[in-house]
Design a protein around this ligand. Sequence first.
Ligand code: ATP
Ligand code: MG
Length: 263
Amino acid sequence: MALIETQDLTRRYELGGEIVMALDGVSITVETGEFVAVMGPSGSGKSTFMNIIGCLDRPSSGRYALAGEEVSSLSKDALAGVRNRRIGFVFQQFNLLDRVDALGNVELPMVYAGADRAGRREKAIAKLKRVGLGERIHHRPTQLSGGQQQRVAIARALVNDPVLLLADEPTGALDSRTSLAIMKLFQELHREGTTVMVVTHEPDIADFADRVVRFLDGKVVSDTRQTARDAAQALADAEAASAAQDAKDAAARAALHKKEAAE
Ligand SMILES: Nc1ncnc2c1ncn2[C@@H]1O[C@H](COP(=O)(O)OP(=O)(O)OP(=O)(O)O)[C@@H](O)[C@H]1O
Ligand SMILES: [Mg+2]
């Protein structure tokens, strides 16, 4: 059974009397355990698609079955229930609450799911450790780097053990090395069995997926499989290159000092 199966999905927006077809007949199947990158120019419908797949929005027409359950016709409340049980969502701008610390942010979805307090805390700490933030659980978002904030958002997305992890440009606000670290984490979660779908504008990021789906004008215009690049290796290479550059800079500085001292 496919994890995601859509048939002729459309999403229409009406704005000032004009109709925008943000999605225009999308039929796609994603099996459990895939790692899919979603690409396409700005305005091509990527976020609209992700929001429907993530049960944050409903299609105007068409069908969407998630793990065999038809969800396109569910009420808003029922849809929120499905989302809470099955889906983790990560956004470009992290969408964390600034008033509470990392732990509080990660606990939040469990509050909605009605988990007890001690269980919530234990699970949130475990997920923060999982993303490498065990030492930062009492930092607020403003006291964390961008990459650390995105890790908090990923821990929050993981807290109800979703089968499906969706990320809409998760590295869009991060530098290249931090982006690699985030993609390494996604690949690890994928290897542990989570189905992952990531929207990105960057071909370098799409390289880490097994499949690339391209959108244009609300339609899927290509859908190809590839051998994923290993993000752990890419990160190690980037770190080695940066260390080599640092060593070169230090040597150049030392040579300059020596020359100055001799003059
Ligand atoms: N709430 C809305 N009301 C009206 N039109 C909308 C709304 N949300 C999106 N659209 C339109 O739907 C189309 C698809 O938007 P969408 O946000 O899915 O694009 P995208 O591929 O995610 O673009 P980007 O790469 O810039 O994030 C665009 O033409 C956009 O203007
Ligand atoms: Mg978008």
